[in-house]
Design a protein around this ligand. Structure first.
Ligand code: ADP
Ligand code: ZN
Ligand code: ZN
Length: 749
């Protein structure tokens, strides 16, 4: 491709109010394979640089000194001297040595003049390792006994005992390296090198399940899909199939046909580490024909993966949202599993929605696109209602397995055994354990504070950068901000009035795990949340342990709700099922409904019937009535009425324009100016303009945030205008360090 074309495309696609276009990204990918990235980067509009940054990391350049020539500028002289002094430095090393950024341009010019030689070098990365600590084997209790006087060390020992890896990394677990080192000195712990998982292995060793025959419903769906595929034209489908209805096997059968006919395919999953089972099932069927893309890959692996896909060694790309840009040609089918998942939206630049991009790419490639979910996004369901997508259904579970029975536990009327557990749920858990079945417990973390409230003076510690309540972490005795990571030590007393009468407003997973350990001292309890999964591969380790029944209780956040298929799970308990309703977000109902359906779907997937207990305070909410009946359709219809009244998507297109600056007045002024402009420019009936208002989190990382919210009847109308606005503000921006972010279809406000 000629440079001219690329530049033209980039300019015309400047992503103001457009998500990054697929073609564009494909071209970048193509282009990257043959050029130095910096050359491409120089051509790009700012918002796209981040995408390319990912590619940039794939290669390093090496310099070789070339023929001696007369060099005029000082910089060039310096460069040559540096080259003579060190052996084949990389560009980065040179930059560091000379204290100068962007040496790249100079170097390319020098290369053209034959002064130096640039050599592309792909970093060779062996397995990455890290130091971990583990208890020495066969440790007697006498050795650890004296630790009572060293609480930190005792805590570390306890953690190592409970860790699913049987070892710990320092820091990650809120334990200082020093503490662990002292344990090594005392002969209690030892240091080991642990390989950080970089090549993808799902950690799942499931035996391959032979499915003799598709059910008639599955068969029907497959036929519709394959007919559309063989017709060779773009067809988007929405596959609405309840949890356990066997969607995965339908995808696999479809893909077999796609490969047979000589075309290629893309499969998107929300988060690969959370769905190792799905990934491993595809792998079992397609072996090396499938290339799994995931964020834990090393640069070398990424590069190999891209090459494999590009030259046809692998023919199916499977991975999270960015996999939609995979450099495959002749794509015949695109599958978006769990299409409702918010993880498909990238909320940093370039802001694109993986699902929408999938539909777009399918259109460009004349492929079929299958969006699958048990609880489709309202956008997709309404597209199906309008006939834009073809709706296919799998209303029943395979093998006549029943949908789990759901029960509501009103917390205000029920006796509690511990602060977070009702007697009803406790008895159920006990019963299942007696029958040697498994239990999944969900604590919905979304919109859940975990903050500390002083009962004396009402003080709540807020993050000084982000204006959100800080969250208490018992393991490190700190309060931390979940947006920016700022941490302060927690003394156990109110920082304002020193009172010790504090209320831990709500209990997180860590606290619930403690309660469970007291109730079931004999049980091993697996905990899956951000704290226990911050090292690579830890999801798989926890899931694998549960899968092998090394533990019978799995407690976790949203992570436990996704795509798990464990035959022995007969009970799912949700500790605070209504907690997600209070978030100021118009999608909170939709999100909660889908989360609860999803987690409920983990129960009773095989022979043992499943039951779901939902503990809640606010049980009158109509959402629960629909949920207990398992009726997505009824819930959807009811919600759509209020969406329509309030002009929310899918009836409108929502756009958030956010202005941020370290100077609060500047941010506010820019936002008001924007509103005035918009009012005079846009027709009243085509658009609702809200704001300006401080964003939900009014200050983040030291910047004030003001937002303007648009609900547009049609999308193209405002595009030109916003582009214009962005340019006209350019000068003011620079003065006040202002920045403007335009987010189309924001997933959270
Ligand atoms: P979904 O993705 O719709 O939740 P899965 O594809 O995970 O459902 O299927 C649920 C379970 O049913 C899996 O264990 C799968 O192996 C099994 N299964 C799917 N189709 C059939 C079939 N036709 N016969 C027997 N078992 C099946
Ligand atoms: Zn913060
Ligand atoms: Zn106080």
């Amino acid at each position: 491709m000629a440079d001219g074309t690329l530049v033209d495309v980039l300019n015309s696609a400047h992503p103001v109010l457009t998500t990054v276009t697929m073609k564009l990204a494909l071209w970048i990918a193509e282009y990257y394979i043959s050029r130095p990235i910096e050359a491409i980067n120089a051509l790009l509009p700012a918002p796209l640089k981040t995408t390319v940054q990912d590619f940039v990391e794939l290669c390093e350049f090496q310099l070789q000194s070339g023929t001696e020539k007369i060099v005029t500028t000082t910089l060039r002289k310096k460069i040559l001297r540096a080259l003579q002094e060190s052996n084949k430095p990389t560009v980065r090393q040179l930059e560091r040595k000379l204290g100068k950024h962007n040496l790249y341009r100079t170097l390319t010019v020098m290369e053209r003049g034959g002064l130096v030689q640039l050599k592309k070098k792909f970093p060779q990365s062996g397995p990455k390792t890290r130091t971990a600590y583990r208890l020495r084997p066969n440790l007697s209790d006498e050795v650890t006994e004296p630790l009572k006087r060293a609480p930190r060390q005792a805590e570390a020992v306890e953690k190592m005992r409970q860790s699913p890896h049987a070892s710990l990394f320092a820091q990650d677990n809120g334990i200082a390296r020093q503490t662990l080192e002292s344990l090594v000195k005392k002969g209690i712990a030892e240091k080991i090198r642990v390989e950080i998982q970089s090549s993808f292995s799902t950690g799942f060793t499931e035996p391959k399940k032979i499915i003799e025959q598709l059910s008639s419903a599955q068969h029907h769906v497959l036929k519709e899909l394959s007919d559309a595929f063989h017709s060779g034209s773009f067809t988007p489908f929405l596959l609405h199939g309840v949890t356990g209805s066997g969607k995965t096997i339908v995808y696999i059968e479809l893909l077999k046909q796609v490969l047979e006919s000589g075309r290629n395919a893309i499969v998107l999953v929300p988060e690969i580490s959370l769905t190792p089972q799905t990934a491993s099932r595809f792998r079992q069927h397609f072996g090396d024909d499938i290339q799994i893309l995931h964020s834990a890959m090393s640069n070398q692996e990424k590069y190999d993966a891209w090459q494999n896909l590009r030259n046809g060694k692998a023919r199916i790309a499977l991975g999270a949202r960015s996999t939609i840009f995979a450099p495959l040609c002749n794509v015949g089918a695109i599958i978006v599993d769990e299409e409702h998942d918010a993880a498909y939206k990238q909320d940093r630049t370039p802001r694109y929605h993986g699902r929408d991009t999938a539909v777009m790419r399918a259109k460009l490639e004349q492929a079929i696109c299958v969006l699958g979910s048990a609880t489709p996004s309202f956008e997709s369901y309404s597209n199906a209602e309008k006939g834009k997508y073809r709706l296919l259904r799998l209303p029943d579970r395979v093998d006549n397995a029943a949908m789990p029975a759901m029960k509501l536990v009103p917390m205000l009327e029920n006796r509690r055994i511990t602060p977070s557990l009702s007697e009803v749920l406790y008895l159920q858990i006990k019963e299942r354990l007696k029958r040697d079945e498994q239990v999944i417990l969900l604590q919905n973390r979304r919109g859940f504070a975990g903050s500390v409230l002083c009962m004396e003076c009402g003080h709540i510690t807020m993050c000084k950068h982000c204006n959100v309540p800080m969250v208490y972490h018992a393991s490190s005795r700190q309060q931390r901000c979940h947006y920016c990571g700022h941490a302060v030590a927690f003394s156990g007393n109110c920082p304002k009035c020193s009172s010790a009468n504090l209320l831990y407003k709500s209990s997180g997973t860590e606290r619930i795990a403690e309660e469970l350990r007291e109730l079931f001292p004999e049980e091993k309890i697996l905990r899956m949340d951000v704290d226990t999964t911050n090292t690579k591969g830890s999801h798989a380790i926890i899931l694998n342990a549960f899968h092998k029944k090394q533990a019978r209780i799995l407690l976790g956040t949203q992570m436990v709700a996704k795509g798990l298929d464990f035959p022995d799970v007969s009970l799912v308990g949700v500790l605070m099922a209504d907690i997600g309703l209070n978030i100021p977000d118009f999608r909170s109902g939709e999100r909660l409904f889908s989360l609860l359906m999803q987690v409920a779907g983990r129960a009773g997937r095989a022979a043992i019937p499943g039951e779901v207990y939902l503990q809640a305070y606010n049980t009158d909410n109509p959402l629960f009535a629909h949920l207990l009946r398992g009726s997505y359709e009824a819930f959807y219809q009811e919600e759509m009425v209020s969406r329509k009244e309030l002009h929310y998507p899918p009836f409108t297109r929502m756009v958030v324009i956010e202005f941020t600056s370290p100077d609060e007045t500047a941010a506010e002024k820019a936002a008001s100016a924007c509103v005035d402009h918009l009012r005079s420019y846009l027709k009243r009936d085509s658009c609702h303009i809200l704001g300006p208002a401080p964003a939900g989190i009014s200050r983040m990382k030291g910047r004030f945030r003001y937002q303007v919210l648009l609900k547009l009847q049609s999308r193209p109308l405002a595009a030109d205008y916003l582009k214009h606005l962005q340019y006209s503000l350019m000068n003011t921006w620079k003065k006040h360090h202002l920045s403007m972010i335009i987010d189309v279809d924001p997933q959270s406000l």
